[in-house]
Design a protein around this ligand. Structure first.
Ligand code: ADP
Length: 300
């Protein structure tokens, strides 16, 4: 990859007083890549995103966006952003707002197309202060897209959307990135990162704790537990089943911690048909993050 292509984040750090929000991270994003910044609340995702957009100055390190400073890249219309905070301009209809934003850029997308893609058309004539949270979020998305940016930066883009809204949002995003655009989005939903990103950068406590394809990161944090009643089989025997990381026995019950719970469950039932009262529980992502972070801190 050319050194000036995509986004280069090097040694980036930012503190708020005593809070070290971002502690020296390195991330390189190639043009055309869709990267999820995944992590629990407080991990430093928004702070990182604000620095990528030139809204916050780093204490140390640097960010380059298509070979330029973030502010220059934003000024020339290469970057579209959708943030969690900020109200929309009042007393304009959604259509007027998007039209006004389009007029500020050299190569905007046709406004009606953008209103259609983002699901705004049906309420485009309502004033922005009358919109629901989900509608406001769609208008923000329309504003981010209308400049026709090479890079789209989104902070928790689906936070205010219901399930249907999320599906619609990601299908629009798929259309948008199909044309070779670069996307960086922050999320605390593992499922969203997994379904949509080419690559997941996992952050916790201001550091990058993992960076790789969604499958790899999912295997690190997405462990599940299978519980079943199954006497007369040892934990050691259960640990040999495919997909199982570790096993423990509590009386008649067994508990399997799994990297691949689907495989483990099939193997469990094939090998031990007597297993009953089976439950599969997703590990809390927060727990996985904590585990990874404490591992990281122990090494540091
Ligand atoms: P995330 O987006 O992953 O939830 P943030 O970047 O918002 O994480 O926050 C990282 C850390 O910095 C948190 O501990 C948060 O409380 C703190 N923080 C964020 N913004 C501010 C601020 N403006 N002033 C003080 N502390 C802040």
């Amino acid at each position: 990859m050319a050194a000036n292509g995509g986004i280069q984040i090097a040694g980036l750090a930012k503190s708020y007083g005593d809070v070290r929000a971002v502690r020296g991270i390195d991330v390189s994003i190639a043009p055309g890549e869709t990267v999820a910044l995944l992590g629990p609340n407080g991990a430093g995702k928004s702070t990182t995103i604000d620095m990528v957009l030139g809204l916050l100055d780093p204490d140390a390190g640097s960010v380059t966006v298509f070979g330029a400073t973030p502010r220059d890249a934003v000024d020339r219309g290469s970057v579209g952003a959708m943030l969690q905070v900020g109200t929309l301009l009042r007393d304009l209809t959604a259509r007027e707002l998007v039209t006004m934003m389009a007029s500020l850029y050299p190569r905007p997308l046709p406004v009606e197309n953008v209103l259609g893609m983002t699901g705004v058309s049906s309420f485009a004539d309502q004033r922005t202060q009358k919109l629901s949270g989900g509608q406001t979020q769609r208008v923000r998305f329309a504003v981010a897209l209308v400049s026709n940016p090479e890079l789209l930066v989104l902070d928790e883009p689906t936070a205010a959307l219901d399930v249907e809204g999320r599906h619609a949002f990601w299908s629009t995003m798929r259309e948008f990135v199909a044309s070779g655009r670069t996307v960086l989005f922050a999320t605390h939903y593992l499922e969203e990162a997994d379904a949509f990103a080419d690559r997941v950068v996992l952050m916790a406590h201001g550091t990058v704790v993992a960076d790789g394809p969604p499958n790899e990161v999912k295997a690190m944090v997405g462990t599940r537990t299978i519980r079943a009643t199954l006497p007369d089989v040892t934990a050691e025997e259960l640990e040999r089943l495919p997909g199982v990381n570790s096993a423990a026995r509590r009386g008649e019950a067994v508990e399997l911690s799994c990297a691949d719970s689907d495989r483990a469950l099939r193997a469990l039932l094939d090998t031990y048909p007597a297993a009953r009262d089976i439950e599969v529980a997703g590990a809390a992502l927060e727990d996985a993050f904590l585990r990874l972070t404490s591992a990281e801190e122990a090494v540091a």
